[in-house]
Design a protein around this ligand. Sequence first.
Ligand SMILES: Nc1nc2c(ncn2[C@@H]2O[C@H](COP(=O)(O)OP(=O)(O)OP(=O)(O)O)[C@@H](O)[C@H]2O)c(=O)[nH]1
Ligand SMILES: [Mg+2]
Length: 427
Amino acid sequence: MSGIITGKVAAGATAAVTSAVENVARTATSLTAGGGFVPREVYESSTQITRSYYLGHHASALNKMRQTISNVGLIIECRDFRVPICSWNPLLERSLAASAAGERSRIIVYTKHDLGPPSGNFSKETSIEGYTNGRYQSGKDMVKTLKKYHKNSYTTKDVMFLGTSAGARSRNDAPNNDKHLLESIKRIAREADSLTGMRAMVVGMPNSGKSTLLNRLRAKGMGLPKAAQTGATPGVTRKIGTPVRIIAGESADDPSSAGLGEGVFIMDTPGVFIPYVSDPEDMLRLALVGCVKDGVIPSVTVADYLLYHLNLVDPKLYTRKFDLGKPTNDVHEFLRAVATRTGKLRKGSELNLENAADWVVQAWRRGDLGRFALERVTEETLAQAVEKAREPTVSISQARKREKEQRKVAQQLKWAGITAPPGGSVA
Ligand SMILES: Nc1nc2c(ncn2[C@@H]2O[C@H](COP(=O)(O)OP(=O)(O)OP(=O)(O)O)[C@@H](O)[C@H]2O)c(=O)[nH]1
Ligand SMILES: [Mg+2]
């Protein structure tokens, strides 16, 4: 199958990517030569970065979901609040939207809100440069823009922002919207008005928090224990789950249950990735949040992308923590400091930069190195994403062929003394 990557492809790209990172780091260091620190304004992603993580079980899960969908009245789609645009999977949406009765109802849940930018006035976060100088969007602004945007959709019945209290800094910060979400699901079930109740399916990209959401709804709605396995790596759920009840059926003792039939059941599904990610920076974003299995993109490259953001948000987030006298754009200098501080050593006391890279990425994912989103949501960026999704799905082999041709053109331009724009060789 052309759309499915193998470990070999990922491994083959590793050497090229590492050397690309070295190039970026060298260029960036020279920027600081004049004195004050200048962060990289643009991330020059290598075009050699693996651009897919569409695995065999993603394709077969999607097929099974298509077969099961006719019984499903509601899709609950999870997206990661830190990457609200690139964690949208248009393929999933296109495959599951239609029903015999027309477009199927949908609720969009932005998960991991607690790991995204702060919504309120928190002294610690508001002293962060990236928020005061407007370079990074506040959580409040992101929520407002996304809510307004989804209001225009006929099938999107609700938009919710959820976080877990584990990462929360205040009550506002991890909005406990489970109750609101259950109310919304009940409303849709009543509209469906089926004697047998309603079936909902929770879908989304890998590791976006689908199983966690199912467990939360079951706990809140039925007071029942965890039904789905969860975990910090993508690919924990491999099969479509059996429907589990999250809302009780109609009962004569409870007038508020009228119209719910047998109640509401929800099915967990495996995360499904996009067949091909055209923008290499999107692939880095998805790798950094943990939607792509660690190792598909070399950890040093992912750490370099994190460093790029840390420098733009506020270098203080890491300089103090890792005893670096001054900020740096050089990922190796950064990782040497991380390795020294955290004791990531190889035999013979040599610093282990790969382990340091893994460690620092995990620290950011836990919310220990600043909380910020990797994309800005505006009417323009949202419209661009919709435009991009309209492009026909390209298979990996088609995309590789296209890139090869574009690289050839870029090389010819270079020989002719014409410089192509950074990243310009990729469609
Ligand atoms: N901080 C925080 N962590 C979350 C949130 N939701 C989920 N997680 C964590 O994210 C990780 C992935 O959660 P899962 O529910 O397993 O994700 P999934 O979408 O089912 O993943 P796959 O089945 O692998 O596709 C777990 O470590 C969860 O604890 C959230 O809102 N905030
Ligand atoms: Mg899961």
